[in-house]
Design a protein around this ligand. Structure first.
Ligand SMILES: [Zn+2]
Ligand SMILES: [Zn+2]
Length: 264
C-alpha cells in the first residue's frame, strides 16, 4: 500500500470532538502516514502544537486566515516567530485572500496588508507558507510576485496554494512561481472539469493532496463530514486525470509534500 500525506486538516474543529482519536486511527489504517493540522488564528496555535505532540503523525501549521485579517498586528509576528521555531511546526499558514461571500466584512486592502506582512516574515524565517485563496487569484499572484522574486532552492517550494479553485492558467502561474497546488475533494465532483484541467496542466510534480477536513468531502461522502482517510479518493481522482496508477499518484504527491514541509 502506498503512503499518503494529508497536507491540510482542521482536526481540532468541534466536528471531531466526539471521536478525534478514532478518526486519526482510521487515517493511520488507510496509510495516511502524515498530516498537517492548520491553525487559522493565534487562539488555535497552542492547540495545534499540542495535537502534534500527542500524535507523531501530525505536524502543525500556524497562521492567520483572511477571515481574521483584521486581527493582524505587528505583535502577532513576535508570538508566531517564537512558535515557528518549534520542531512540531512546519509552516506559516493558512494566510491569504478571501473575497468570497463568507468574508465580506474584511476589506480587501486589510487582507492584502496582513498577507504581505505574513509572507515577508515567513520568508525571513525561511518557512514555507500555506495559502488560502478564494475569488482573489489575480491579486494573490500580484502579491506573490512581489514577495518571491526568484525560484525556491532546488527541491523546495515556497509554499502551497491550498484548496486550489482557480483556472488552469492561474494554476500554472502559481507553479511557475515555485508553489505547490493543493487538491482536495472538489476535484472528484463530476461537474468540476475545469478544476481537473488545472491539475492536468500542472501535473503531478506540483501537486499535493489534502482534505481540508471536516470541509470539502469528496464525491462518495458529499454532504457528510470529511476526514483524512478520504485523501485516498482525492488521489484516485487525480490518478485518473494523470492516467497513472494510484500508487504512483500517491508516491509523487507524498514526496512533494515531504519536500514542501521539509520533512524528507
Ligand atoms: Zn483554507
Ligand atoms: Zn483550512
Amino acid at each position: 500500500m502506498p503512503e499518503f500525506f494529508d497536507t491540510h486538516t482542521h482536526l481540532l474543529d468541534a466536528a471531531f470532538d466526539p471521536d478525534r482519536e478514532a478518526v486519526i486511527e482510521r487515517s493511520r489504517l488507510a496509510c495516511v502516514r502524515r498530516i498537517v493540522e492548520v491553525a487559522d488564528s493565534p487562539a488555535g496555535w497552542p492547540k495545534a502544537i499540542a495535537l502534534s505532540r500527542a500524535c507523531p503523525a501530525v505536524r502543525a501549521s500556524l497562521g492567520l486566515h483572511p477571515y481574521h485579517a483584521r486581527e493582524f498586528e505587528e505583535r502577532l509576528l513576535l508570538g508566531l516567530e517564537r512558535s515557528i521555531r518549534l520542531p512540531e511546526v512546519v509552516a506559516v499558514g493558512e494566510v491569504g485572500l478571501d473575497y468570497g461571500p463568507h468574508n465580506t466584512a474584511t476589506p480587501h486592502d486589510v487582507q492584502q496588508r496582513a498577507l504581505e506582512r505574513l509572507l515577508t516574515a515567513a520568508k525571513e524565517w525561511d518557512k514555507p507558507v500555506v495559502i488560502h485563496c478564494r475569488n482573489a487569484y489575480e491579486d494573490l499572484l500580484g502579491i506573490l510576485r512581489k514577495t518571491y522574486t526568484g525560484p525556491p532552492p532546488a527541491g523546495r517550494y515556497w509554499g502551497v496554494v491550498h484548496c486550489f479553485s482557480g483556472t488552469p492558467e492561474q494554476a500554472s502561474a502559481c507553479a511557475a512561481l515555485g508553489f505547490a497546488i493543493g487538491a482536495d475533494g472538489p476535484v472528484t465532483y463530476p461537474k468540476n472539469e475545469l478544476l481537473r484541467q488545472a491539475f492536468a496542466r500542472v501535473g503531478p510534480a506540483a501537486t499535493v493532496l489534502e482534505t481540508d477536513c471536516p470541509y470539502l468531502p469528496p464525491q462518495s461522502i458529499r454532504g457528510k463530514r470529511n476526514e483524512p482517510s478520504a485523501v485516498l479518493e482525492v488521489a484516485r481522482g487525480l490518478a485518473e486525470v494523470w492516467k497513472l496508477g494510484i500508487e504512483e499518484a500517491a508516491r509523487v504527491t507524498t514526496a512533494n509534500a515531504l519536500d514542501l514541509f521539509r520533512l524528507a
